[in-house]
Design a protein around this ligand. Structure first.
Ligand SMILES: [Fe+2]
Ligand SMILES: [Fe+2]
Length: 212
C-alpha cells in the first residue's frame, strides 16, 4: 500500500534531510571514484588549492540537496518528485565524496553552509511554486551551469591531484544526466534574465565558499 504523505510529514522529512546534510557524515550509495587517495606527491600549495576547490564543490552539493528538497515540497506532479528524489541520492554521493576528499586534504567544509542551504531551499520551493515545467527547466539549467562550473574546476585543479579530478569528472557526468532527465520530464524556456540571475547567485556562493 502506498502511503500518502501529508505536508507535515514532508516538512519533518525535509528538516531531517537538512540536519543530515549539514551536521551528519553522509554515507555514499556508490564508492568514491578516486583510486589514489594519498596526497604525498602534492605540494603544500596544491593541497591548499585542491581543498579550497573541493570545499566549493561540497557547498554546491549542499545547495543541490536544498534545491531538490525545496522543489519537491512544491512540485505538483509525483513523477517529478520522483526525479528530484533520485537525483538527490546521487547528489548525496557527491556530497560524501567531496567531504571525504576535503578531510584527506586536511581542509574544512564551509561554515556558511547553513546560510546557503536555507537560501537554496527557499529558491527551490519558489521555483516549484511557478509550476512543474518551470521547476524542471530550473533544474535542467542549474545542472548545465554546474557542468560548466565543473569544467572550469577540471582546468583549475592541480594536474597531479588525480583523486579530486576523478571525483569532479564523475560528478560532471552525473549532473549532465540530471539535466537530461529533467528535460525529459517536460520543461519550458527560462527567461535569459533568470539564467543570468542564477549565474550571479552561484558566483556569490562559489566565491564565498572558496574563502570561508
Ligand atoms: Fe552533484
Ligand atoms: Fe545534479
Amino acid at each position: 500500500m502506498r502511503r500518502n504523505y501529508t505536508l507535515t510529514d514532508r516538512l519533518i522529512g525535509h528538516a531531517d534531510n537538512m540536519l543530515r546534510t549539514l551536521a551528519a557524515k553522509p554515507t555514499p550509495g556508490r564508492p568514491s571514484p578516486q583510486r589514489e587517495t594519498n596526497i604525498d606527491g602534492l605540494s603544500h600549495a596544491e593541497v591548499k588549492e585542491s581543498s579550497r576547490l573541493m570545499r566549493v564543490n561540497h557547498t554546491g552539493e549542499v545547495c543541490a540537496q536544498a534545491l531538490y528538497q525545496g522543489q519537491s515540497l512544491t512540485a505538483r506532479n509525483a513523477e517529478l518528485r520522483k526525479i528530484f528524489h533520485e537525483a538527490a541520492q546521487e547528489e548525496n554521493d557527491h556530497l560524501a565524496w567531496c567531504e571525504q576528499r576535503i578531510n584527506t586534504l586536511n581542509g574544512k567544509t564551509s561554515r556558511l553552509n547553513p546560510f546557503f542551504y536555507s537560501g537554496a531551499y527557499g529558491i527551490g520551493a519558489f521555483a516549484g511554486l511557478l509550476g512543474d515545467r518551470v521547476s524542471a527547466a530550473f533544474l535542467a539549467e542549474t545542472e548545465y551551469q554546474v557542468v560548466e562550473h565543473l569544467d572550469r574546476h577540471l582546468q583549475r585543479l592541480p594536474a597531479r591531484d588525480q583523486a579530486s579530478r576523478s571525483i569532479v569528472a564523475q560528478m560532471r557526468e552525473d549532473e549532465l544526466k540530471h539535466a537530461t532527465n529533467a528535460e525529459q520530464a517536460g520543461t519550458t524556456e527560462l527567461p535569459g534574465a533568470a539564467k543570468q540571475l542564477m549565474r550571479g547567485m552561484s558566483k556569490v556562493m562559489t566565491t564565498l565558499s572558496y574563502w570561508f
